[in-house]
Design a protein around this ligand. Structure first.
Ligand code: ADP
Ligand code: MG
Length: 698
């Protein structure tokens, strides 16, 4: 519970100062000016009073133990002060002071010490290295920041890992018409993390929308479950810095390289219903849309404009973000025709041309809002000569006030017509200067609607032989393998109920011929050498061997091509040949600071060239898995095209879920590829024919 931080009954400012412009002064100033409903205690050994309030030399001299202490003393004094707070019975701490983990070296140790004290006294702490917090609920009215401006009150809660970003959003909030409920600058997140705040705000009735500015995840293994539950109740919109790292890991030849941290973040957010925005501007745009009105029921947008160009730009922007601009119903078109000039266009966008007046806007907006084929409306206005702009924006506002569908405004022209813009935003009608802003904000609300409509999904726990898999993996590790030998990797899959092609392990040609006889021609011959990562390239795979003679020749060739670089007697796999399947890859890579990332894609040996891969964070639910299968660009190939039968999608989804369970239960696996898994329309024919498992170093 974070009540001691966000709903305290009393607050001490330790390091309060008499000098305006210092953090110690401005923080106290904001508390007093904000009308905090509890008691405020300045603490400063060298002042009798600060800001007309009696000051105390130390926490232990206070008439009561303050529930919350805001600490702004120099870094050397933080630990002793925090200890004193603990002794005095303080419950919550906001440590604004910097000079901890973020500076490295001695700072890391200083932070560890600080956290140990916080834990010892059972306190909760925001920071260090932060700019404070606020809760504008009338019963609290707590402004514990040193930010120069206080935002208007509203329903948005905002957590920021960057102090500067926090100040910016508080500054802009008023201008963007974004009303704030709570704000926490998390700083180094030594104790209170984004996960804690999500859980707290999920239950806070004053919070309607949660915004996050993140640089990294606190504990990504906990985030998915917490976030999933939160987004079922209220929208969570995030900007995660670090997109450009996407390409940082150069393409080598395994899953880990195909996956990048940023892709992982995208996957994680999408899976948890967190709406990711690319930019801070996008975050504001979306915040405005989310905090103001109904969500669109579907993707269909009607555009009402007084100029052709903006209508087209908005339509393009909508289509680019996954919304649809389709023709209005015949009836709406007929009704629009009446009263509009002949040059007007009524299909969608509805272009009423430059002569449109407030009444035309009113009528047109009402007609399109009444159209059952329309889920949301964007009203655009470019000021022509001789039209009273404020009348128009008021018409938009009045119609929007009655709405059950989202209505947005795009006011183009110089600075977006400040007066109209302000009036709309005050009436909580999202209003934008640029068409793209409106489109991406509306698209974000539609994405959230789709998330709410999506079945919650279940984390299926299959009955598997965990023990056997564990034994196989530890044996491989004991034998010094980082790469698990092919036959063992296939056995591990089998113990998790992932179907594998029939095979025999052989050492000699005679054994190979006998195995082929048992399996039936045609067969495939593969060299089993842990060091052999790409068998095909190194002459370690011979497919479609139809006769004993072909097997003979392949065996001879492989023996001389591949040799035995491990110094072990070479072993081979004779495998049944399954022609005609669709090759897919199912894989996992363990991302640092993130956890297991599952992948699914098309391609077999061409997977890197094709690059048609999707990612999800572990654990993968049944809904996530079937989503993965359906999200590859080449999904139609799996579904079946040109009269070809499709493959069994259910099996693919199950293999993904079983893989997720496997890597979740065996944390020594750092990388896993099933490539290819051969998919057929008959579920009984679907099998893995190749598998690579990399383990943590012994
Ligand atoms: P590697 O990926 O190490 O080169 P694979 O075992 O994946 O080796 O084999 C390479 C390719 O050979 C596969 O992508 C697939 O096209 C084909 N192949 C391998 N085994 C079989 C099999 N049992 N049946 C059909 N095709 C196979
Ligand atoms: Mg392969």
């Amino acid at each position: 519970m974070l009540d001691s931080l966000l709903r305290p009954r009393s607050v001490a400012v330790i390091g309060a100062s008499r000098t305006p412009g210092t953090i110690g002064y401005e923080t106290l100033h904001n508390l007093l000016l904000g009308g905090f409903t509890g008691a405020v205690y300045p603490v400063n050994p060298h002042a009798d009073s600060i800001h007309s309030v009696r000051a105390y030399p130390s926490v232990s001299d206070l008439p009561e133990a303050p529930e919350l202490a805001i600490v702004v003393v120099p870094k050397e004094f933080v630990a002793p002060i925090v200890e004193e707070c603990g002794e005095a019975g303080v419950r919550g701490l906001v440590v604004i002071t910097a000079g901890f983990k973020e500076v490295g070296g001695a700072g890391v140790e200083r932070e560890r010490e600080l956290l140990a004290l916080v834990r010892r006294y059972g306190m909760r702490m925001v920071g260090p290295n932060c700019m404070g917090l606020l809760n504008l609920a009338p019963a609290i009215s707590l402004n514990g920041t040193f930010a120069p401006s206080t935002p208007p009150r509203g329903t948005i809660a905002f957590m920021s890992q960057s102090g500067a970003m926090g100040v910016t959003i508080l500054d802009y909030a008023a201008e963007f018409g974004i009303g704030v409920s709570s704000f926490v600058s998390m700083g180094n997140k030594a104790d209170v993390s984004s996960n804690d705040l999500l859980e707290y705000w999920r239950e806070d009735p004053d919070v309607g929308v949660i915004l996050m500015y993140l640089e990294n995840f606190g504990n990504p293994r906990h985030f998915p479950l917490i976030a999933r539950e939160t987004t079922r109740k209220k929208p969570v919109i995030a900007v995660k810095a670090g997109r450009s790292r996407a390409g940082a890991r150069a393409a080598t030849s395994h899953t880990g390289a195909l996956a990048a941290v940023d892709v992982a973040t995208d996957a994680l957010f999408a899976q948890c219903g967190v709406i990711r925005m690319d930019t801070v501007a996008g975050l504001f745009d979306a915040a405005m849309a989310f905090s103001s009105g109904p969500l669109p029921a579907g993707p269909h947008v009607a555009i009402v404009t007084n100029a052709g160009g903006p209508g087209i730009i908005i339509a393009d922007a909508c289509e680019a973000t996954g919304l649809a601009v389709t023709p209005l119903s015949e009836e709406s078109q007929a009704r629009l025709r009446i009263g509009l000039p002949e040059e007007a266009s009524v299909v969608n966008p509805v272009d009423m041309i430059a002569s449109a007046r407030a009444d035309d806007y009113r009528t047109a907006l009402e007609i399109v809002l009444g159209d059952p084929k329309v889920d949301a409306v964007i009203a655009a206005f470019v000021p022509p000569l001789g039209i009273d702009q404020v009348q128009i924006t008021r018409a938009i506002r009045d119609v929007a006030a009655e709405r059950t569908k989202p209505v947005m405004a795009v006011l183009m022209g110089r600075e977006g017509l400040p007066q109209g813009m302000a009036e709309l935003r005050e009436a909580r009608i999202p209003a934008y200067i640029f068409p793209e802003s409106a489109a991406r904000a509306l698209a974000a609300t539609y994405r959230y609607r789709r998330w709410l409509d999506r079945p919650a999904g279940e984390l299926v726990s299959f009955e598997v032989d965990t023990e056997k898999a564990g034994e196989l993996l530890s044996a491989a590790r004991l034998a010094g393998h980082e790469m698990v030998p092919l036959d063992i990797a296939l056995e591990v899959l089998d113990s998790y109920g992932i179907p594998v092609a029939a095979y025999r392990v052989v050492k000699t040609l005679d054994e190979a011929v006998m195995a082929a006889g048992e399996l039936g021609y045609p067969v495939v011959l593969k060299a089993i050498l842990p060091a052999l990562v790409h068998k095909t390239e190194q002459g370690g795979v011979a497919v479609d061997l139809e006769t004993k003679e072909e097997l003979d020749a392949a065996f001879e060739r492989m023996q001389s091509d591949v040799g035995d670089p491990d110094g072990l007697p070479p072993r081979y796999l004779v495998q049944e040949m399954l022609p005609g399947g669709k090759e897919v890859i199912v894989g996992m890579s363990l991302e640092p600071n993130f956890g297991p990332l599952l992948m699914f894609g098309l391609g077999g040996i061409y997977v890197e060239a094709i690059g048609d891969i999707v990612f999800r964070a572990h654990p993968v639910s049944d809904v996530d898995a079937s989503d993965m299968v359906r999200s590859v660009r080449g999904f139609r190939l799996l579904e079946g095209v040109r009269g070809e039968p499709g493959v069994d999608l259910h099996t693919l989804s199950e293999v993904i879920q079983r893989t997720s369970q496997l890597v979740g239960s065996h944390e020594e696996i750092v990388e896993l590829d099933i490539n290819p898994f051969l998919a057929f329309s008959d579920p009984d024919r679907c099998v893995a024919v190749d598998a690579r498992i990399r383990l943590t170093r012994p």
